[in-house]
Write a protein that binds this ligand. Structure first.
Ligand SMILES: [Zn+2]
Length: 208
């Protein structure tokens, strides 16, 4: 079980402990005592970066363990880890914007069932609740713009290994992703289009 430091902190660099390094196809699979790297999952791409001089190409979650795939072997013991900051920032902004779209949908009586926060593919999918009201791109845009302008701070709550993340007074979601510290960091979030298929409503968005 890898301790996930990113659950409670936003470290971009830290000294970590390498437990194992195993050849895997053309790469090496590395496990750590604890990690600052977010693995791919929960609708969010993985962090990339470095473990010492080894480049971290992808990070996955495999049975409670976070596995870091690197281009050259690392020795067991302490290593300086570094996250690719630009990629982390983009993913955190996209993911946090997804929370806000989920929050707007819920205030209109829709239930978010799926979130995809990849660059160029941002999409939140809802199903209709019993008292669902019409969802319109302009209204979603207005509400999100207001919350971003209010610069609501992030709240993290950890309980029994699960984690809830929310902004300001907005309802929190059980979530393992990375987030901005306050909504002002989001900049411009743009609602692109809404589409409904087989009873599911998708809201596509991007950040600029
Ligand atoms: Zn989240």
């Amino acid at each position: 079980m890898t301790e996930r430091l990113f659950f409670t902190h936003d470290h971009l660099t830290a000294e970590l402990e390498v437990l194992t390094c195993t050849p895997h196809e053309a790469q090496f699979a590395v496990t750590l005592q604890s990690t600052i790297f977010h693995p791919q999952g929960g609708g969010q791409p993985c962090d990339t970066g470095w473990l010492g001089k080894s480049q971290v190409l992808r990070v996955t979650q495999e049975a409670g363990c976070v596995v870091h795939y690197v281009d050259q072997p690392v020795a067991t013991g302490p290593v300086i880890a570094q996250i690719d900051e630009q990629r982390r920032t983009l993913n955190s902004r996209l993911h946090s914007a997804g929370h806000l779209i989920g929050n707007v949908g819920e205030t209109l009586g829709w239930m978010p069932i799926k979130a995809h926060h990849w660059p160029g593919e941002g999409k939140i999918t809802f199903i209709r609740g019993e008292a669902a009201q019409a969802m319109e791109a302009e209204a979603i845009q207005r509400q999100i713009d207001q919350w971003i302008a209010a610069d609501y701070p992030r709240h993290l709550a950890l309980e029994d290994g699960s984690r809830a993340v929310g902004f300001g007074e907005l309802p929190a979601y059980a979530c393992g992703g990375t987030h901005v510290q306050a909504l002002g960091e989001l900049g411009q979030v743009t609602i692109l289009a809404l589409s409904e298929k087989k009873g599911a409503l998708s809201v596509r968005y991007e950040i600029t």
